[in-house]
Design a protein around this ligand. Structure first.
Ligand code: LUZ
Ligand code: MOS
Length: 763
């Protein structure tokens, strides 16, 4: 089945927030941002701006009727700054005007008095000063301290990964409408409609039942709208609540880049110990997460870093500790992989450090330490239905690793100015929200009297194709054509208390709920058929909209059956609840069984490096991926391709830069480079690993959202290999992204800037 949306997308018919017809009386909102990264907020002067043409109101923290608080895990984030400012771009005031242009013009007339305070942008500096968001966490198995004495080889080092801008094509935004009895209806570009509802109710000081949030689709989310759609929804709602007029708030691209958080940069230390046979005996890692100025989702991201600290390897003695460090940057947030990629980069760096020092291929160490069936992760869940070895072996066979290696070696022999590099990147990713309670979903299914079907769930469509999958589940379970099924907007009034569409788990959770609802309806209709047409329940079925009795067409069709059920007053509506079975996790002991299952895979990345210019081209990324029994291979392959390229961008060209004043320098697409047609791999192969899938995955079709991003980590190590082909004795520091500039500095260290030639960036 094709993805339902792309035809509408390319025709421009799909509706995003900015396409919603503007209602008469709508006010346009823009946000006044803190011009400083840290300080005491003494006064906000709005009188001049209030006199500007078209300006209706300017709202500050003092206008908030409820509590000025939108923190999720930790209540440390005001909706509008009060008393202090903690990052540049922090919302301070909301201007409401008749037109967006008038609102923008008024921004320049607002002045604030701020007494500057010291600014921290570096997570290690924050940790040294005790600026932690939550107490540090440690995952431990075995006794790494005692294991060092048994190691034949021990290596240590540091590894850094940068942030990443989500760059969803649709920027953040919301459109809020006052409703009767003091409520608000919000159209929001959010992955988490319930989060917008809950926080808005809290800010307005009213019940959640007074707030309705509706989401048709997003133009991309990638984690950036899991928590951080909330401020814009709440601000628009605040405007609508106070002014009693509709309020539209859509960030322009540069405002979005300045004001919103991104993937967390990490700075980490590692120590790895191996025996004489290259088995990893011990691993210690310390992670410093740059959380930004408020907790947001950082503690959960930090936890997932620890869950994935050993990637797809079995290591018997592990101590991994993580610090969530408060800095004066916008609060960093969920981004595809959710801390997992940052943890996996460090263990891969440790393996590469060992391999380079020992003069063996990194893949030799990787292969010998792959997880096997029932090996324990440091959090004590066993690797069950473990496909790590199968994915590795299949890649070797399908893509002929020895031949690829020989080609790279031959090329490097024959070329001096260009060098090739090849990396192997095996991955393992746990599927479920690590907070067990979030692994629940509901589906509300209506069958209409003409036999068409409406399905509502908590799943948000953001391009990933979840609506198509839900329509498939409903159609397959009911025995009807997907053309009869409509997946409705995600709406908090129809389906309540939803988890965000996140953690790769959306299709599993909402698809399973849809399946349960449709199974109940199907059974009810078949029971009705028994009495209505005097048939035996055993052997009754619906296939292709035909009722079958013991395999033979009965004298009724789907349409007739539905209609007769209605006239016999049989309910054609079902609401089902699904909660992932078997999972649990204790955040005190850091042990349990947190994941429904794991997804595995292996990627080979080949790069050609121009050693004169420092530029590189990815020749090929060759992937073997564990889809289970894919229910939609076209959508799933698209997720793998997109994820891999997004990961390559993070590891190579996407360089997020803040200066010491906490000002974003890479603040537009002029200065922040993402993969385009010219920089994607020339060839991207995806091989479907043949496995029976997993019973906790919807229709045994495994989650595909986040795991492929981590194939992109291979891009970093492929470029590093190519650098070392040019300068064999050189061991670059582990610092991603490995931009062409960093490549050049590694190829020609004499080019490195001295203190006196430091780059000056003007305002
Ligand atoms: N969001 C969340 C996530 O709240 N919990 C998670 O475990 C998670 N994992 C991946 C992506 N988003
Ligand atoms: Mo996400 S990083 O699954 O919102």
């Amino acid at each position: 089945m094709n993805h339902l949306d792309p035809v509408r997308h390319v025709r421009g018919e799909s509706q995003y927030i900015d396409d919603v017809p503007v209602q008469q009386g709508t006010l346009h909102a823009v946000v006044f941002e803190s011009p400083l990264a840290h300080g005491r907020l003494r006064a906000i002067h709005v009188a001049d701006a209030l006199n500007a043409a078209g300006v209706i109101r300017i709202l500050t923290a003092a206008d908030i009727p409820g509590e000025n608080q939108i923190g999720g895990i930790v209540p440390d984030e005001p909706l509008l700054a009060e008393g202090h400012v903690h990052f540049r771009g922090q919302p301070v005031a909301l201007v409401l005007a008749e037109t967006e242009h008038q609102a923008q013009a008024a921004l320049h007339l607002i002045r604030v008095d701020i007494d500057p305070l010291p600014i921290i942008t570096d997570p290690r500096v924050a940790a040294a000063q005790g600026e932690l968001i939550v107490p540090p966490r440690t995952f431990r198995i075995g006794d790494s301290g005692a294991a060092w004495s048994q190691c034949a080889h021990i290596f240590e080092g540091e590894a850094e990964t940068g942030g990443q801008e989500h760059l969803y094509i649709e920027t953040q935004g919301a459109y809020a409408f006052p409703t009767e009895m003091g409520g608000v209806r919000i159209i929001s570009s959010t992955q988490g409609p319930t989060a917008v509802q809950r926080h808005t109710a809290h800010v307005l000081g009213i019940g959640m039942h007074q707030i309705e949030v509706d989401v048709t689709r997003l133009g991309g989310g990638f984690g950036g709208k899991e928590d951080q759609a909330t401020p814009w929804g709440a601000l628009a709602a605040l405007g609508a609540f106070v002014a009693r007029r509709p309020v539209k708030l859509v960030l322009d691209r540069m405002a979005d880049m300045r004001m919103t958080g991104k993937r967390h940069p990490y700075s980490s230390d590692f120590r790895i110990g191996l025996d004489a046979n290259l088995r990893i005996l011990a691993y210690e890692a310390t992670f410093y997460q740059n959380a930004g100025a408020a907790a947001d989702l950082s503690p959960a991201v930090l936890e997932r870093t620890l869950f994935h600290a050993t990637n797809t390897y079995f290591i018997p003695n592990v101590t991994a500790t993580a610090y969530s460090c408060r800095t004066n940057l916008p609060p960093n947030t969920a981004f595809r992989g959710f801390g997992g990629p940052q943890g996996m980069f460090v263990v891969e760096a440790a393996i590469v450090r060992a391999a380079e020092a020992l003069g063996v291929a990194a893949s030799e160490i990787q292969r010998r330490n792959l997880l096997r069936e029932n090996d324990l992760f440091p959090y004590r869940q066993p690797a069950e239905m473990c496909n790590a070895g199968l994915a590795w072996d299949t890649a070797e066979q399908v893509y002929d690793l020895p031949k690829l290696r020989a080609e790279v070696a031959a090329f490097n022999q024959q070329n001096e100015q260009c060098k090739k590099g090849l990396s192997v990147m095996p991955i393992c990713f746990g599927i479920s929200f690590t907070k067990t309670a979030m692994n629940q979903a509901r589906a509300l299914v209506h069958i209409y009297t003409d036999g068409t079907v409406g399905v509502s769930t908590g799943a948000v469509e953001m391009g990933q194709g979840v609506n198509t999958k839900i329509a498939q589940v409903a159609a397959q379970t009911l025995g009807i054509s997907p053309n009869r099924v409509k997946v409705e907007s995600t709406n908090t009034t129809r389906v309540a208390n939803t988890s965000p569409s996140a953690a790769s788990a959306t299709a599993d959770l909402n698809g399973k709920a849809t399946q349960l609802a449709c199974e109940a309806l199907r059974e009810r209709l078949l029971r009705h058929a028994c009495t209505e047409y005097t048939l035996h329940y055993e052997g009754l079925d619906i296939r292709n909209e035909q009722v079958l009795s013991a395999g033979q067409p009965a004298d009724t069709t789907w349409e007739k059956l539905v209609s007769s059920a209605y006239w016999q007053r049989v309910s054609l509506t079902e609401n089902a609840h699904y909660a992932t079975p078997d999972i649990h996790f204790d955040p005190v002991t850091n042990q349990g069984y947190p994941f429904a299952y794991h997804v595995y895979g292996t990627a080979y990345t080949t790069v050609t490096l121009d050693c004169l210019r420092g530029t590189y081209t990815f020749d090929a990324v060759r992937i073997v991926h564990d889809f289970g029994e894919s229910m939609n291979p076209a959508i799933d392959q698209g997720q793998i391709e997109g994820g891999a390229v997004q990961g390559i961008g993070w590891m190579t060209m996407e360089e997020l830069l803040y200066n010491d004043e906490g000002r974003l320098l890479s603040n537009s697409l002029n200065s922040y480079k993402i993969p385009d047609l010219y920089s994607v791999p020339q060839r991207l192969d995806v091989h479907f690993l043949e496995t029976p899938g997993h019973p906790r995955a919807v229709l045994r079709s495994k989650a595909v959202g986040e795991p492929p991003l981590m194939y992109g980590i291979g891009a970093y190590f492929a470029v590093r290999e190519a650098i070392r082909a040019f300068r064999p004795a050189h061991q670059p520091t582990f610092s991603a992204p490995i931009t062409p500039e960093k490549v050049l500095l590694n190829l020609y260290p004499a080019l490195a800037p001295t203190a006196t030639s430091a780059v000056v960036v003007s305002n």
